[in-house]
Design a binder for this molecule. Structure first.
Ligand SMILES: [Mn+2]
Length: 345
């Protein structure tokens, strides 16, 4: 994609990431932010929601604008004036939350997608697409993008600095679970990691920062979720939930339920783990799915919950149903689903 060549004029670029951005969305977008800034562009990075404070040490993270009622006019203006709008680590504009309504002001701009999720039914009209569902993280695609842009034009070491490499490395290791999720790992995963290492990132520091740090409330909520864990051996499923009462009692803070869904998969023979989350009675129910082997939670979540994600990690939002109704619905559909597909592996 020949977006930027030697004689380009300063461009206005807006970078968008998905709600509740993860390490990959933050790392990829910050890397692009730093890169475009170095090339003297006018860059603006917007997150539809706050991000988990665990990531606030990332280089340039202070430059992320969190969408709110107080800055909506600024955001509208930035989107309106953009030459380019980048959609990073998502392709379904639903994931922008209320920020999606502002895209109607973006008519003048070229839309660029950089993402590794399967295409959603709710697609947007992108002008440039850099999408590859086989790569482990969007960070790899951003690496490719920057690498191809600077090759033969600028010195790589001048543009591809330690900050950019740190951000990309964070995306890479958070989306691969520190290189554990083998289904997505390929030659390019390690190739990219190797290139980033060569730039001189401080792996010790990054791993230290990313080490799980639990707040008291997080540990208490985890203990509730583990006690409530249900195991359906014959279906190879584990599921659990956290409800609004737990949240109140344990003075929840954002990010506390992060990762609860992964615990069920640690049990031998379990291939599907599900976590249901009711933040408060008025919020929709959030569901996280994690799977192993050939159980495709992206397909399952799309089919029954209008959600989506990846083959082994997906999510969904359920509006207008209680937690109990949602779990019952899940149990009902999963049993039917199993009759059709299971134990064929
Ligand atoms: Mn990702």
């Amino acid at each position: 994609m020949l977006l930027f060549n030697n004689n380009y004029k300063k461009k206005k670029i807006t970078l968008l990431i998905h709600s509740n951005p993860d390490g990959d969305a933050l790392g990829s977008s910050l890397a692009l932010f730093i890169y475009f800034k170095k090339l003297q562009n006018d860059v603006f990075l917007i997150s539809p929601t706050e991000y988990y404070e665990y990531f606030n040490w990332l280089p340039y993270s202070k430059n992320i604008t969190i969408f709110s009622n107080n800055n909506k006019y600024l955001i509208k203006e930035k989107i309106y004036k953009s030459d380019y709008i980048f959609f990073i680590d998502f392709n379904n504009i639903i994931r922008l939350g209320d920020l999606k309504n502002f895209l109607s002001f973006s008519k003048k701009s070229k839309k660029v997608l950089i993402d590794h999720h399967p295409f959603s039914y709710n697609n947007f009209n992108f002008d440039f697409i850099l999408s590859d569902i086989k790569v482990a993280a969007t960070s790899i695609l951003v690496f490719r993008f920057i690498y191809n842009n600077i090759k033969n034009k600028y010195s790589i070491s001048c543009c591809f600095d330690k900050n950019i490499a740190t951000c990309l490395y964070v995306g890479l290791i958070t989306d691969t679970g520190f290189f554990k999720f083998s289904s997505k790992i390929s030659y390019e995963t390690y190739f990219t990691a190797g290139k980033l290492l060569k730039i001189g990132i401080d792996i010790d520091k990054i791993h230290n920062k990313l080490q799980e740090k639990y707040t008291e409330s997080r540990l208490r909520l985890l203990s509730i979720a583990l006690r409530r864990l249900k195991i359906m051996k014959e279906y190879r499923i584990a599921y659990t939930s956290i409800n609004s009462l737990d949240i109140k009692k344990k003075s929840y803070i954002k990010g506390d339920t992060e990762g609860i869904v992964n615990y069920g998969l640690n049990i031998e023979n379990i291939i599907l783990s599900v976590f249901f989350f009711e933040k408060n009675k008025k919020c929709p129910i959030k569901i996280s799915f994690r799977s192993k082997e050939n159980f495709d939670v992206n397909l399952f979540s799309r089919k029954f919950f209008k959600g989506g994600g990846h083959k082994n990690a997906a999510g969904a939002i359920v509006i207008g149903k209680s937690l109990c109704e949602t779990i019952n619905y899940f149990l009902c559909v999963i049993k039917k689903y199993y009759k059709n597909i299971m134990f064929s592996t």
